[in-house]
Design a protein around this ligand. Structure first.
Ligand SMILES: NC(=O)c1ccc[n+]([C@@H]2O[C@H](COP(=O)([O-])OP(=O)(O)OC[C@H]3O[C@@H](n4cnc5c(N)ncnc54)[C@H](OP(=O)(O)O)[C@@H]3O)[C@@H](O)[C@H]2O)c1
Length: 333
């Protein structure tokens, strides 16, 4: 009988997440009951928010239990079906997480059409990170043509899509990212107006002032910490700050307190707003069809970083905190 392999949370990380926090375990595969489907994974997503679910306290979603498989987005093929909605061979998307096979409820899956877009796009541009970029930028950032939009974590999955949408909207787009290879990618491949390697500067305020002579109208923040402090000094009156993520803080045992910059928000009557992509669930279909149009017309790039092999899933996840990915980080099984 075929065995399933899955990666579970072995113990909760304290500060920096490590490989020792995970375990790879084998189990017998369960036959699908009525209304259930057996799926074989083909692409597994690793995402920064998973680090927060490894803590014991609840945020907007419940923490993982110790011993539990790491849940998250994946795509795969239906191997066995006890559901009228899915047939063997269908390609599906779900959230069964870090496992090679899964027996899941029919209502937890959606079929994907690989003739419309590659399977990987359903975990990136047309998946949760594409939707995060879309709603964060358009609903909270409300960019208008000619605005200067600064994006941190700009070469990652969410950042690279947010920057491309800002460009489609006629904005000047500046990316902040962690290597020269990434700045080159942003400027040459994605046609950002400028990109800054934050690791090459003691702080990014100086290079930012150079490329944002008219200040910053919209800041799409994926990282927080010192990088965001530097951007705050350059915000214009009525700037919009999109609090999408704070990855620089996720592995901190204690939240760093840093300089207090709220007076800058006050002086500039700026608006800083956090959001969770699921807040916009009712508008997902409308957004996906717009993102798909941009993808098919070549205005958006489906940039993915694919690592091969199920055993590599924890390394791919740890790599997010080292900046090893350009675009959406996925693992091919
Ligand atoms: N609000 C929501 O609903 C929502 C939904 C999805 C994601 N998010 C958030 O959006 C952000 C991006 O997520 P993603 O899935 O698109 O991941 P990602 O950007 O593809 O990958 C993470 C990137 O963050 C950068 N990074 C890692 N540690 C850093 C640090 N200490 N300082 C500065 N940059 C650092 C790295 O790039 P560099 O080489 O540039 O350092 C890395 O490639 C995360 O903060 C995530 O939590 C929010």
């Amino acid at each position: 009988m075929v065995k399933n392999r899955k990666i579970i949370l072995k113990n909760r990380p304290v500060g920096q997440v490590e490989k020792a926090n995970f375990d790879l375990v084998e189990e017998d595969l369960r036959e699908p009951d009525i209304g259930e489907i057996l799926v074989k994974s083909s692409l597994i997503s690793v995402d920064p928010y998973m680090r927060n679910r490894m803590n014991s306290f609840k945020s907007y979603v419940a923490p993982y239990e110790v011993g539990q498989v790491i849940e998250g987005d994946a795509t795969g093929t239906v191997m066995q079906s006890n559901s009228e909605q899915f047939g063997v061979g269908d390609i599906v998307h779900g959230s069964w997480g870090w496992q090679e096979y899964a027996t899941v409820q029919e209502n937890s899956l959606t079929k994907i059409n690989v003739e419309l877009a590659p399977e990987s796009a359903y975990l990136g541009v047309l998946g949760l990170t594409g939707l995060t970029a879309y709603f964060g930028l358009l609903e909270i950032g409300q960019p208008v043509e000619g605005d200067t939009v600064v994006i941190s974590g700009a070469a990652g999955s969410t950042g690279s899509i947010a920057g491309q949408i800002a460009r489609i909207k006629g904005c000047r787009v500046i990316g902040i990212t962690g290597s020269d290879q990434k700045t080159e990618f942003l400027e040459k491949e994605l046609e950002f107006d400028a990109a800054i390697n934050y690791k090459a500067w003691p702080n990014v305020r100086k290079p930012l002032m150079k490329v944002c002579p008219g200040g910053v109208d919209v800041y799409f923040d994926n990282v927080g910490g010192d990088i965001s402090d530097s951007v705050f000094y350059l915000i214009n009156d009525h700037a919009r700050i999109i609090l999408c993520g704070q990855i620089s803080q996720y592995n901190q045992g204690r939240i760093s307190t840093g300089p207090r910059l709220h007076s800058l928000l006050l002086i500039h009557r700026a608006r800083m707003q956090g959001f969770i992509v699921y807040d916009y669930r009712k508008k997902f279909n409308e957004a996906i069809s717009r993102l798909a149009d941009w993808l098919n017309s070549g205005q958006l790039t489906n940039q993915v970083n694919i690592i091969q092999g199920f055993e590599q899933v924890p390394d791919a996840f740890l790599g997010l905190f080292e900046g090893e990915n350009i675009g959406k980080q996925l693992v091919k099984i």
